[in-house]
Write a protein that binds this ligand. Sequence first.
Ligand code: HEC
Length: 130
Amino acid sequence: MKWINFIFLILLLTACGCQQNPYQQGERLYSLHCANCHMADGKGLMSLYPPLNTPEFQDYADQFSCIIRQGLSDTITVVQKEFIFPMPAIPELNNVEISNIYNYIRHTWQPHLAPKTAIQVQSELDNCTK
Ligand code: HEC
């Protein structure tokens, strides 16, 4: 094998290595934008921030994109606790990033839910109630 082919092969293998975890961008964005409130393990924080790692997450799955883009200022009950503080909107996240965060959460704590594509995110956003 010519050395140039060998280098090409190494580069190719390294590039494939990066793709092994499809949830990498979602994980990075989750740590950057969500973990400070919902915590890295998705447990939330006392009565301030609700958990994302419980079955009740499913009740918000259809509104997920709207919650991220517009925030949420309801009083909601998750695992028998009331959450009265609002969640601020995170408007800088685009549709692909929202779907990657959703798919990371789903893969990590909600494996029974179906993944979301960026196109599904757009159709959710088209139907936000606010
Ligand atoms: C500044 C703190 C804060 C940040 C940052 C934040 N949230 Fe929230 N989140 C909240 C609060 C507070 C609520 C409850 C809002 C309410 O009671 O109306 C909430 C509610 C939710 C809910 C619905 C309730 C549930 O338990 O499923 C989801 C889903 C959610 N957040 C996901 C996210 C995701 C994903 C991110 C990152 C992209 C994020 N949040 C960033 C504070 C935050």
